[in-house]
Design a protein around this ligand. Structure first.
Ligand code: AMP
Ligand code: MG
Length: 505
C-alpha cells in the first residue's frame, strides 16, 4: 500500500485522438467534505486507507485540483434512449481524471461523477446530488460484493453548493473506478456520423486493452462482438438471478465490458414481481424487470449494426446470435445453484413454478431464497396441501413454517415443496452441504430501497453519514449472517411503499 505521491498514471483513453473526448477540467466546489469511502476500492489503487483523510485527496475528489499525471477529459458518446437514437450525449457531468496502474498491473480509470459542466452537458448543470450519489456508491460496492460485474465507487465528497432538482439539494461527487467506461454508445456516435475509421480505431483500442487474446486473430471484430454479447448475457443472468432492476437500459448505459454501469433509479425486488418498474419515468415499462434480458438483446443489435462497417452483416448477426442461449444457460445455472439443484429441465420447471408462486403470493424474493437454504428434504409434504406428514400419516406443524408462512396459498406451496423435496432426495442431496452452498449464492442482505432511503435521510437532514458506513460494511458481506443486523434483512416497512425513485439525480 502506498501514498498519493506514488500513484502511477497511464491514461490510455486520453491518448486516443481528440475525436473521442474533450479536454475539460472539473469545476471546483466550495468547502468539500468527505462523506464516505470504500476501503476495498482504495485498495484497488494501492492506496493506504489513511490517505483518504488527506486534504489533497479530498480536494482532488472534489474536482478542485488535479494530481500530477492526471489528464482530465469528458468522453463523447451517443445512444438509444428509450428506443430513440440521440446523436450526442457524452459525459455531461462525469470527468475522467486519469487511469491508475496498480502494482498488480491492473489499470483503473478514475472518474468523478458530478464534476461540473462539460461540452456534453446540453442543458444540464453538470452536477449530481448527494441523494443519488449515496445510492450509486452503496449499490456499486454492494453489487461487487454480490459477485456482479460493476463499476466501483471509491468515495463520495460533498459540498454545500446548492443543486436544483425538484427541490433544492446539495452537490456531491462520486469517484467511480472501472477498467473502462466505454459504452455501446461510444461506438454508435461514429456510426451515425459515418466516421468508419473512428469506429475501427476505438474497436482496436478496446480489443488491445480489454480483449488482448483477440489481437492474434486475423479478423478480431466478430469475435470481439461475440465476447461483448456473452459478457452481457452473463451480466443479465446475474441481474435476473439477484433481482436487480437497472431502470435505464439505454445503449449509452451499456458497458462494453459487461459491467453494471450508471446507477440511476435502480431497484432490487422486494416482493417478486416480474413486471416491476423501478423508474417512475418509464411509463410503458420498457425497462421493467422481466424485460431486461430482451432489452440487452435489442441493445446488442444496435451495437452489432454499428460494427457492421468492420464485418459483414452475416458475421455481425452471427456474433450476437448466441446471446439468447448464453443468457438462458447462465440464468438457469445461477437459479439452479440458488435452489441447490443441478441445472436441467426438471430444475428449470421447479424454478419457474416457484417464481410463479412467489409472484402470485407477493412473496419477498430474497427472503424466500434465503429461507429455502434451510429446507429439510426429509420432510414429506402432502401434495394435497395438508402440510408436513409424519410416516404414519398424521399431519403435524410443518418445520418449514417460516418458509411456508410466506405464502397465502399454503396448499400451492405444499404441492411445490413436495416436488422440490422429491427432486432433492432423487439427487441424494445432503441438507447440511446444500444449505452451505446455497447460503453462498443467496444473499441475506441486499440494498433495498428503504435501507438506502434511511441512510440518505440521515445524511441529507442531519449530516450523519454513519448509516451509509453501516450499510456499506453490511453489504460488503451480503452472504454472511450478521445477527446484529437482522432487521436489515427484513421486508420493507409500510412507509417504504411511498418511496418514489425519480430519474432526477
Ligand atoms: P443518464 O440517464 O443519467 O445515464 O444520463 C444521460 C445523459 O445525460 C448523459 O449524457 C449524462 O452525462 C447527461 N446528464 C445527466 N445528468 C446531467 C447533469 N446534471 N448535467 C449534465 N449532464 C447530465
Ligand atoms: Mg448514463
Amino acid at each position: 500500500m502506498s501514498s498519493l505521491e506514488s500513484l502511477t498514471f497511464d491514461n490510455g483513453f486520453a491518448r486516443l485522438p481528440e475525436a473521442y473526448y474533450s479536454r475539460v477540467c472539473p469545476t471546483p466546489v466550495p468547502d468539500p467534505y468527505l462523506v464516505c469511502y470504500s476501503p476495498q476500492a482504495l485498495a484497488l489503487l494501492d492506496l493506504d486507507e489513511s490517505e483518504i483523510t488527506r486534504p489533497e485527496l479530498i480536494q482532488t475528489l472534489a474536482g478542485n485540483q488535479l494530481l500530477p499525471g492526471m489528464d482530465a477529459i469528458a468522453a463523447l458518446y451517443a445512444g438509444h434512449q428509450f428506443g430513440h437514437y440521440v446523436p450526442q450525449l457524452g459525459d455531461g457531468r462525469a470527468i475522467l481524471l486519469g487511469e491508475v496502474k496498480n502494482a498488480a498491473g491492473q489499470g483503473w480509470e478514475v472518474q468523478l461523477k458530478g464534476a461540473g459542466r462539460t461540452p456534453y452537458s446540453r442543458g444540464g448543470d453538470g452536477r449530481a446530488v448527494l441523494r443519488s450519489s449515496i445510492r450509486e456508491f452503496l449499490c456499486s460496492e454492494a453489487m461487487h460484493a454480490l459477485g456482479i460485474p460493476t463499476t466501483r465507487a471509491l468515495a463520495i465528497v460533498g459540498s454545500d453548493r446548492p443543486v436544483y432538482r425538484e427541490d433544492q439539494e446539495t452537490a456531491a461527487l462520486v469517484t467511480r473506478l472501472a477498467p473502462s467506461f466505454v459504452r455501446f454508445g461510444s461506438f454508435e456516435v461514429f456510426y451515425y456520423r459515418n466516421q468508419i475509421e473512428s469506429i475501427k480505431h476505438l474497436a482496436d483500442y478496446v480489443i488491445a486493452r480489454y480483449y488482448p487474446e483477440l489481437t492474434t486473430l486475423a479478423d478480431p471484430y466478430p469475435e470481439f462482438l461475440r465476447q461483448v454479447a456473452l459478457s452481457t448475457a452473463e451480466l443479465m443472468a446475474q441481474w435476473q438471478a439477484v433481482g436487480f432492476s437497472h431502470g435505464v437500459m439505454n445503449t449509452d448505459n451499456m458497458s462494453i465490458l459487461g459491467l453494471t454501469l450508471d446507477y440511476g433509479p435502480f431497484g432490487f425486488l422486494d416482493a417478486f414481481d416480474p413486471g416491476y418498474i423501478c423508474n417512475h419515468s418509464d411509463a410503458s415499462g420498457r425497462y421493467a424487470f422481466d424485460q431486461q434480458p430482451d432489452v440487452a438483446a435489442w441493445n446488442l443489435t444496435k451495437l452489432a449494426q454499428t460494427l457492421v462497417p468492420l464485418m459483414s452483416v452475416e458475421a455481425a448477426s452471427q456474433a450476437i446470435s448466441e446471446y439468447p442461449q448464453a443468457f438462458g444457460r447462465a440464468y438457469l445455472e445461477r437459479m439452479a445453484a440458488k435452489f441447490g439443484l443441478p441445472p436441467g429441465s426438471e430444475t428449470a420447471s421447479l424454478v419457474m413454478d416457484a417464481l410463479q408462486l412467489l409472484a402470485q403470493n407477493h412473496v419477498d424474493y430474497t427472503i424466500f431464497l434465503r429461507r429455502l437454504c434451510d429446507f429439510d428434504s426429509s420432510e414429506a409434504f402432502s401434495p394435497q396441501g395438508e402440510g408436513r406428514r409424519v410416516p404414519n400419516g398424521d399431519a403435524v406443524t410443518p418445520s418449514h413454517s417460516t418458509l411456508r408462512d410466506l405464502f397465502l396459498d399454503r396448499a400451492a406451496f405444499d404441492a411445490w415443496a413436495a416436488r422440490y423435496a422429491a427432486a432433492l432426495r432423487q439427487q441424494g442431496s445432503l441438507d447440511a452441504e446444500r444449505s452451505k452452498a446455497m447460503r453462498a449464492v443467496n444473499p441475506k442482505y441486499i440494498l433495498r430501497n428503504h435501507l438506502a432511503e434511511i441512510a440518505i435521510r440521515r445524511a441529507t437532514d442531519e449530516r450523519d453519514y454513519s448509516e451509509i458506513n453501516r450499510l456499506h460494511a453490511l453489504l460488503t458481506r451480503p452472504f454472511d449472517e450478521q445477527p446484529e443486523y437482522e432487521a436489515y434483512a427484513a421486508e420493507p416497512p409500510d412507509w417504504a411503499r411511498k418511496i418514489e425513485v425519480s430519474c432526477s439525480s
